[in-house]
Design a protein around this ligand. Sequence first.
Ligand code: ATR
Length: 285
Amino acid sequence: MKVNALIEHDYLLLGVMGDPIGHSKSPAMHQAALSAMGLSGAYVPLHIRPEGLSDAIQAIKVLGFRGVNITIPHKVEVMKYLDVIDEGAQRIGAVNTIVNDNGKLTGYNTDGIGYVRSLKEEACSDLKGKHIVVLGAGGAARGIIHALTGESPGSISIVNRTSAKAVALAAEWSSLGDLRGYGEDEANKALLEADIIINTTSVGMFPHITEIPVSPKLIPEGIVVSDLIYNPLKTELLRQAELRRCTVHGGLGMFVNQGAYAFEYWTGQAAPVEAMKEAVLRSFQ
Ligand code: ATR
């Protein structure tokens, strides 16, 4: 990965901008990372409303923040205020991490690469040749599908409630691999040969924890089933997949690894992933 300038300041100022922001587990996670690395600094939650985003981005420079994470609803809008946008983030169309190099702001997207690192570490070490089914075709799906295309999978089938969005996304990135778009009514066709199913929709997220994005009987036995949702840690989709002897992978690893990549961009040092994961788990208790 590309490593930016090493720490120049004694005190590392970091934060996350979103609306709302109170629920974010990023401050606990990154504060734990700073402590584990023995770095002095702070990672603060910044409640920025859409009308304040432009000023808030300028403030990164004025206040000397080394970087910030960007979360809902600013990931797309923020792009127009940055000096440079990394190629991956440009393609995905969203930025979740900003690095400030002496007043020059660069935007990255670490969601997809964080997800893929987690999937490979925890559930499936080699994605080459695998037939992957992605449920959903929104912003989260874009980041993940983009990162997956870098792993030479056999195919990526996108299944979405609004089939036109799945078909359009498959067409947009047809040069990156064998991508196909399907509507929900064609899920059975897409799932027949699946090695890995990845849910990127919000179906099953707290408080709607009994909902499931695909009929359990369509899940092939013994495959890998992954869910981006980390609240709850084990969604109904993963519960049903376990009953079908699948290897299951929850969203906590993605959250931690997108943060780890951001931390690495800011500091130029390997992130203390275990300490970060423990901090997030503690914040659930
Ligand atoms: P995100 O950035 O989290 O991906 P998004 O861009 O709004 O959010 O995309 C949400 C995705 O979840 C979409 O694929 C959406 O399907 P539509 O394109 O048909 O809207 C999907 N989604 C959300 N709620 C859903 C539901 N109840 N059933 C099925 N799909 C749902």
